[in-house]
Design a protein around this ligand. Structure first.
Ligand SMILES: NC(=O)c1ccc[n+]([C@@H]2O[C@H](COP(=O)([O-])OP(=O)(O)OC[C@H]3O[C@@H](n4cnc5c(N)ncnc54)[C@H](O)[C@@H]3O)[C@@H](O)[C@H]2O)c1
Ligand SMILES: [Zn+2]
Length: 678
């Protein structure tokens, strides 16, 4: 690859992976399978390895998970909660073992092996034997405080066992929250009946159930917790000493904690392989999803010497299972229209069982993918489910073709409204550009009312479809024009539900925040996090709509692609009409201004901590310090996690590295001027 194209491939992989991380970790709603994700991730890792000059501490390969959601209280981990490095074959595991042997020359290495549970990582804390707190992994350093939520999970003891064991004064227990496959099926059935969106897979259901602001919702969900390790542990008696992973796990069991089932000690790398093969053959016997096994160096002292990278420990490795595969026939390719008008081809398959689940549909993503895979309608195909339940078509089995298969011709008109479709710029997807397209309207509305949008209670996919079918609603603005009398005649609605629904809409209207409204619009590449950033930069939707591309790109984290997408959205007449309607209807949140008092005006930097490093060209350090302090900010000398901004001039030195490591916002001189100018 030419230098330039490597660079742009790396940038685009990072952007794509960040997008999917957000969908997966923050919204608990992935759009691609773990296999596809892992392939992107490996490609990026390989490129970064080959072109070290493109390395970047902010790359998704260097980090764990995602920042905790703002809606939760945050909690810092005493010891970081890491991710795990993955391999997909026994050969790669051999290479890993050889590396261990090089790092620990001549030493005996034994392992602890347990199933790699596919759920949400949570740390549960006990003081003097009593349950006191729980926290998600978050970005590894800071997680979401889910103390109230985890208290409702029945397998988490509120009091540790004391008979015959020494109870630690303080212990951080790490484990995975999972949902059994049966419980998952029941929950999804209930979700669908209630008009709510079903979860993509048990992992997302488990994660979405813990990460509920209302612990009563968590309490209703069938969750289980299994411990796999510890963070900080303190004893006063000091009779107990854990020097091996196997002793830790035995100790946890004695304290009454549920530990990962089928976990055991493995005397050698060969024993790990046998364990991997055995468990792989019986992976469904556990009742919940596992996507591999984890091998950990057993001796803790060796673990310490091996240490960790910024993302994962060197003393542990996940060996993932290969995806479940099966052969079937691609009976048809249907084309669905999404929220932004994108036409998505869907494979209609002759139903087939893949890893215990009947699969009859699979996404094909876009036209290019069908062409790249060389798929024809009627083809015998190989399908797979990876570490999750989103099925995919791997390839046609060309040697089994009969000659009856037909080349698929992508429709030139929208299957829902008949408008011509087109490709925008260099996009792979074809879109229906008719803003009034009924299929798009339905998808847009579903997004608008969902958790990623205004989160309107009781209003889900089912009702949206009905409202559109009945001609009651054609745009999000129409929702706010609905009257009780419009709803009462609808089948299965009734007076009470109609009243509740109108109330829920009214309450969403008055309580919506600007970031929620921006996110609700479903602008391409603008998810919740970007919406939050935009909402702090603009007074209201109108100000955002008027901002030109240059202004937008001045905002931290807003790149040219996002800016272009915003411009495209706000220059489309139908969207302009929607914004006007929302304004008129009073669906018009404004930027939140902290305490909203006049003090804000004179002290706009109140509560913010700065570190100055390197030489500034047109002001001295002390002038910069005065300027910051006169606006209420504080200038400190050391970079720590409590610092909000690091201002870097010429030759900044190690403070800048530290800032990057801690993910602190870095300003250059212009950035500082902008901030001071307010
Ligand atoms: N489909 C998508 O869009 C998407 C997006 C992001 C991530 N992902 C998936 O998530 C993976 C990366 O996520 P990750 O960083 O959470 O890492 P991971 O799932 O590969 O492994 C780390 C986690 O494994 C868990 N775990 C389960 N059993 C364990 C055990 N016995 N011992 C120790 N830990 C155990 C812990 O929670 C730990 O945090 C990717 O490989 C991909 O499969 C998918
Ligand atoms: Zn259409």
């Amino acid at each position: 690859m030419a230098e330039q194209s490597v660079q742009s491939r790396v940038a685009s992989l990072r952007e794509t992976i960040r997008h999917h991380d957000y969908l997966y970790y923050v919204l608990d709603a992935p759009q691609i399978s773990d296999n596809e994700y892992d392939a992107l991730f490996k490609e990026l890792q390989a490129l970064e390895h080959r072109y070290p000059e493109l390395d970047d501490p902010a790359s998704p390969t260097k980090r764990v998970g995602q920042k905790p959601l703002a809606a939760f209280a945050h909690r810092e981990h005493s010891l970081p909660m890491a991710s795990l490095d993955n391999v997909f074959s026994l050969e790669e595991f051999q290479t890993y073992v050889q590396r261990l042997e090089r790092l620990l020359p001549g030493e005996e290495i034994t392992f602890w092996v347990d199933p790699k549970m596919d759920g949400l990582a949570v740390e549960v804390i006990f003081e003097a034997g009593r349950y006191v707190a729980a926290c998600t992994r978050g970005d590894g350093r800071v997680g979401e405080d889910v103390t109230a939520q985890m208290r409702t999970v029945r397998t988490v003891p509120l009091q540790l066992r004391e008979e015959g064991v020494e109870v630690p004064d303080y212990i951080e227990v790490r484990g995975e929250v999972v949902m059994h496959e049966d419980d998952f099926a029941l929950l999804n059935k209930r979700q669908t009946e209630n008009g709510a969106r079903p979860f993509a897979n048990p992992r997302n259901a488990a994660a979405g159930s813990v990460r509920q602001l209302d612990p009563e919702v968590t309490a209703k969900r069938p969750l289980r917790f299994f411990a796999y390790g510890v963070g900080v542990v303190r004893w006063s008696g000091a009779k107990t000493v854990w020097s091996r992973q196997s002793e830790v796990m035995q100790g946890l069991r004695e304290l009454g904690l549920p530990v990962a089932p089928k976990a055991r000690w493995a005397e050698s790398a060969a024993a790990v392989q046998t364990y991997y093969q055995d468990l792989g053959a019986n992976r469904h016997s556990l009742g919940f999803e596992i996507d591999g096994v984890v091998a950990k160096v057993d001796r803790l002292e060796q673990q310490h010497r091996l240490g960790s990278t910024s993302r994962a420990p060197r003393w542990a490795l996940a060996l993932k299972f290969p995806a479940h595969q099966a052969e079937t026939v691609l009976e048809d390719i249907q084309v669905q229209v999404g929220r932004t008008g994108v036409l998505t081809p869907v494979a209609v398959l002759r139903p087939v069982e893949v890893g215990g689940v009947t699969v009859s549909r699979a996404t094909l993503h876009n036209e290019d993918e069908i062409r790249a895979k060389g798929l024809r309608v009627g083809d015998p195909v190989l399908v797979q489910r990876a570490g999750d339940v989103i099925p995919e078509v791997v390839r046609p089995l060309t040697d089994k073709r009969t000659g009856e298969e037909k080349t698929f011709v992508f429709p030139q008109t929208c299957p829902a409204c008949g408008s011509p479709v087109s490709r925008l710029g260099d996009e792979v997807a074809r879109r229906c550009v008719n803003a009034a397209c009924p299929a798009q309207v339905v998808q847009q509305l579903i997004h608008f009312v969902s958790k990623a949008g205004l989160d309107i209670e009781g209003l889900g996919e089912r009702w949206v479809q009905i409202f559109v079918d009945q001609g009651l609603v054609r745009s999000p603005a129409d929702l706010f024009r609905l009257k009780e009398r419009d709803l009462v005649p609808l089948e299965r609605m009734g007076d009470k539900s109609a009243r509740n629904m109108i109330q829920a809409i009214a309450s969403a209207k008055s309580s919506a925040r600007l970031d929620q409204l921006i996110s609700a619009l479903g602008i391409r590449l603008v998810g919740r996090r970007t919406a939050e950033i935009l909402a702090t930069s603009f007074e209201d939707l109108e100000a955002l709509a008027e901002a030109d591309s240059e202004t937008l790109q001045h905002i931290p984290d807003i790149g040219p692609e996002v800016a272009a997408s915003l411009r495209r959205f706000f220059t489309t007449p139908a969207n302009q009409a929607l914004i006007r309607d929302l304004h008129q209807l009073g669906v018009w949140p404004r930027r939140e201004t902290g305490n909203g008092s006049d003090a804000d005006q004179s002290a706009p930097l109140e509560g913010l901590r700065f570190v100055l490093t390197g030489a500034l060209s047109d002001m001295s350090r002390s002038a910069a310090k005065d300027a910051i302090e006169s606006r209420g900010g504080k200038v400190v000398s050391a970079v720590s996690s409590k610092v909000d901004y690091v201002v870097a001039g010429e030759n900044p030195g190690s403070k800048l590295d530290k800032a990057r490591e801690l993910d602190i916002a870095v300003l250059d001189e212009t950035g500082l001027h902008d901030l001071l100018a307010g």
